[in-house]
Write a protein that binds this ligand. Structure first.
Ligand code: ATP
Ligand code: MG
Length: 378
């Protein structure tokens, strides 16, 4: 029996990988541009990092994690996202001792047990940045501006930047109560998950994908009427910074994002053309996260973007990434093993001189070799 790859995963063949590498090169270039250094954290972490960091009331923790017990009896989880891991590493490696803020980026595979469909996989890839150790609105604006800059450089059109503030532990309780008052008369109509969310975290109801809950939520109170002066002022400053840099946004008062750790700024970038899975990037401020995972209180802001969805967005506008994979030299041989040895020696020298070189391994006719060379654009 032929073994196939697990549901919701992909094999990226060389032609596709070349395009990924081009996108990754642009991202690394931008990271130098904006002053971010790469962090590489483990693909698996202690389960508790995510249950505490991402939040027990989130879909990710409740239904989407790949959690297992290892042979040593520890509960470990394949990372569903990388912000919690980056923050754990910040604390564990005492990066708070460096000049602040610390600006980190990562790229790599993430794992979520979801229903696979176009643009939604069980192993998918994210690029993300984290600015840790600054509570300044400029950090929020820089994170948003980075993502905006990236998609524009790629030439992706019809981008929509949705912006919101989700408040802080000072102002959210009053908003939560207002949401409960609003949803209480509709409690029976909400989906079973939202009935549970009603008590645990009514903000989550606003993020529900069920059409019924979504429809009911449309009339829900907006957080703007509940923000404390600090959150309101922060929000105004972020908006002003975006305006100053000509980054267009739309306010989305019900966007709460799928992770519990956000405070103040929350944002999402979508490309509506690519269908149901239209969110290409999501992020925000997470001033409570580091304390939540056991560090000293420390503010942070960042985003994660889906790599696969970049390619859906490009495909939807009939674009692709140009890659430079042309061959410099194709060595044609005629004359048996002696010619092969000479060709092999020549290939070695040319490759050392940084040319890309192919040579025919077998015994093809001269004509067939010319054809192969042409096919490879040598
Ligand atoms: P969605 O609402 O689409 O489930 P999310 O809110 O769960 O997204 P985040 O956790 O904020 O997404 O992740 C940031 C980005 O990573 C998303 O905007 C999306 O582009 C990408 N992403 C998230 N989950 C997946 C997945 N299962 N497959 C492919 N890309 C994903
Ligand atoms: Mg999700």
């Amino acid at each position: 029996m032929v073994i196939s790859r697990p549901r919701g995963t992909n094999d990226f063949l060389p032609e596709a990988s070349a395009k990924w590498q081009a996108v990754e090169a642009l991202l690394r270039f931008l990271c130098r541009n904006y002053g971010f250094g790469e962090i590489r954290t483990p693909i698996f972490e202690e389960t508790e990092l995510f249950s505490r960091g991402v939040g027990n009331t989130t879909d990710i923790v409740q239904k989407e994690m790949y959690t297992f017990t290892d042979s040593g009896g520890r509960s470990v989880t394949l990372r569903p996202e990388n912000t919690a891991g980056a923050c754990r590493a910040y604390v564990e490696n005492k990066l708070y001792g460096l000049p602040q803020p610390v600006k980190l980026y990562y790229m790599g595979p993430m794992f979520r047990y979801e229903r696979p469909q176009a643009g939604r996989y069980r192993q998918f890839h994210q690029f993300g940045i984290e600015i840790i150790g600054s509570s300044a609105p400029t950090a929020d604006a820089e994170a948003i501006g980075f993502a905006w800059d990236f998609y524009n450089r790629l030439g992706i059109r019809d981008l929509r930047l949705a912006l919101n503030s989700v408040g802080c532990p000072d102002c959210r309780p009053a908003y939560r109560e207002a949401l409960r008052d609003f949803f209480r008369p509709h409690l029976g109509e909400l989906c079973p998950s939202c009935q549970d969310r009603f008590e645990r975290n009514p903000l989550r109801i606003l993020d529900c994908k069920s059409p019924v809950c979504h429809k009911i939520g449309e009339g829900a109170p907006q957080i703007y009427d509940y923000l404390c002066p600090d959150c309101a002022g922060h929000f105004e400053t972020v908006k002003g910074l975006l305006q100053a840099a000509d980054i267009p946004y739309v306010l989305d008062p019900h966007m709460v994002r799928g992770l519990d750790y956000y405070t103040k700024t929350a944002f999402e970038i979508a490309v509506d053309r690519i269908g149901a899975q239209s969110a290409v990037c999501g992020g925000g401020r997470y001033d409570g996260l580091i304390q939540e995972i056991g560090g000293e209180p420390c503010p942070g802001v960042g985003f994660a973007l889906g790599m696969e969805r970049i390619f859906s967005a490009l495909a939807a506008q009939d674009d692709t990434i140009e890659t430079d994979d042309e061959l410099d030299v194709y060595i044609i041989t005629a004359g048996g093993q002696a010619a092969k040895a000479a060709a092999f020696a020549l290939a070695t020298r040319l490759r050392a001189a940084e040319l890309s070189v192919e040579l025919e391994y077998g015994e093809k006719s001269f004509k067939a070799q010319i054809k192969a060379a042409n096919r490879l654009n040598a």
